[in-house]
Design a protein around this ligand. Structure first.
Ligand SMILES: NC(=O)C1=CN([C@@H]2O[C@H](COP(=O)(O)OP(=O)(O)OC[C@H]3O[C@@H](n4cnc5c(N)ncnc54)[C@H](OP(=O)(O)O)[C@@H]3O)[C@@H](O)[C@H]2O)C=CC1
Ligand SMILES: O=C1OC[C@@H](O)[C@H](O)[C@H]1O
Length: 405
């Protein structure tokens, strides 16, 4: 992995925030909790940036500068690290400008709205030699680190299945960001992203061999609801799929049609890890260990269960004096873990996060792109092509008449 010139960080890292909206508020809270230097905030114009500075000043948290354009902030030689908290159709352009100004960049999810733009941004950051990370804060929570540790120890055996969801009820409103095509709406880019990344995380950052997805579209042309099955089926050197080789299935649900449980369950041969709700910002994990009796069925009582918790109420934000800026999103104060992680990466001279490297961002982007392609064009031929190779798993072959279903 490439590294940053370490002499840059003999002083605290100077952060600049792009966008004075909702997620930027939560991220700024995270930065202040972490004791970071919030050097500046920039908005597209108007008084957004100044108001942002004032709302933090009211509770004693100092943001050094406000800018009325992102470009002006990128030209500041004292700025090291940019957080892009704008709506995602702007991410490619804004992050590209920051990278070209030689700044390190953390970009809210999704990194970009298309696979092509994602590839382009990753290539540019690698070419220029700056840090780039898609702000998948889920990966930085202590619960996720515990899951990573347990999987790495292989204590519960290989992962065989993942079941993850993220959905909430949002009545259709064409002007809402999440329903608007122009604003990057749609269930996959906004919510499905999380179940997809859980599956990729559980299966070691690798691309699945098969992807089957379906969904329904809104009148505004974005995906309202969807589901996907991802299959990892890594053959041994003879080319046969055998017991003992790496095989696993992920079943994912996402959408604005109903409130789902929002959990992520990773099921191994000898136990399971259930990341409790809200799994995208998790504080609670249930570990079921069946190593003593792998045959024990759920409910039989013949397994060990452990619940691990990392309460957010213990974070500094909860002791801040009022008036303090309110959180925009549930568990938003957990952004602190991400801010801390990025600073640790930079202090070690890393240009990518080891917890979510850019190759994994590309895998997630490729899966979302593939799913959206299938959701947007659910033609019989397309479905049959996608299902090729899954015949042995019971998916109908090309002779099946989808038209009659
Ligand atoms: N990690 C997480 O859990 C979450 C991540 N997100 C991600 O964060 C991003 C922002 O979401 P959120 O903060 O809720 O959004 P907001 O609606 O608060 O908008 C954020 C900023 O985007 C800019 N913006 C808004 N509308 C437009 C427009 N039409 N054209 C250009 N720029 C615009 C504005 O910047 P300015 O202030 O400069 O005018 C605004 O402040 C999204 O990419 C989303 O996916 C969102 C929620 C949770
Ligand atoms: O990333 C996200 O996570 C939390 C959701 O509430 C939000 O809509 C989404 O963008």
């Amino acid at each position: 992995m490439h590294t940053v010139q370490s002499q840059l960080f003999r002083r605290p890292i100077h952060w600049g925030i792009c966008g004075a909206g909702k997620i930027s508020t939560d991220f700024a809270i995270g930065l202040f909790q972490n004791g970071s230097c919030v050097h500046a905030v920039a908005s597209r114009g108007g008084s957004g940036a100044q108001e942002f500075v004032q709302k933090f000043a009211a509770c004693g948290q100092n943001i050094g500068h406000s800018f009325n354009s992102y470009e002006e902030m990128f030209a500041d030689p004292d700025l090291d690290m940019v957080y892009v908290g704008t709506v995602h159709p702007t991410h490619h352009q804004v992050a590209l400008a920051a990278i070209r100004a030689g700044k390190h960049v953390l970009v809210e999810k999704p990194l970009c709205t298309t696979l092509a733009e994602t590839r382009d941004l990753v290539a540019e950051a690698r070419k220029v030699g700056v840090f780039l990370m898609e702000a998948l804060w889920t990966r930085c929570f202590p619960v996720t680190l515990r899951v990573r540790e347990i999987l790495a120890s292989n204590r519960l055996g290989p992962v065989r299945a993942v079941s993850a969801d993220f959905g909430f009820y949002l009545p259709f409103d064409a002007s809402h960001r999440l329903h608007s095509k122009e604003m990057g709406g749609g269930a996959m880019l906004n919510l499905g992203f999380y179940p997809v990344q859980w599956a990729v995380f559980a299966f070691g950052g690798q691309m699945p061999n098969h992807i089957v997805a379906a969904g329904r579209l809104s009148p505004s042309g974005v995906d309202l609801q969807g589901g996907a099955t991802l299959i990892w089926d890594n053959k041994d050197h003879t080319g046969d799929s055998k017991v003992g080789t790496s095989f696993g299935v992920a079943s994912l649900t996402f959408g604005f049609s109903c409130n789902t449980g929002e959990t992520a369950e990773i099921i191994c041969e000898k136990g399971s890890l259930c990341v409790e709700t809200p799994a995208h910002a998790p504080t609670k994990l249930k570990v079921v260990d069946r190593t003593a009796d792998p045959f024990a069925r759920p409910g039989s009582g013949c397994c060990e269960e452990e619940v691990v918790e990392f309460p957010l109420e213990e974070l500094p934000y909860h002791t801040w004096a009022h008036p303090r800026p309110g959180l925009s999103y549930p568990h938003g104060e957990g952004m602190m873990y991400e801010a801390r992680h990025v600073e640790e990466c930079l202090s070690k001279g890393l240009l990518e996060s080891p917890w979510y490297p850019l190759d994994e961002t590309l895998v997630v982007a490729q899966i979302m792109d593939d799913c959206l392609h299938q959701i947007n064009r659910p033609s019989p031929a397309n479905l049959a092509d996608r299902c090729q190779g899954l015949v042995l798993l019971g998916v109908p072959d090309k002779t099946h008449s989808w038209a009659n279903d």
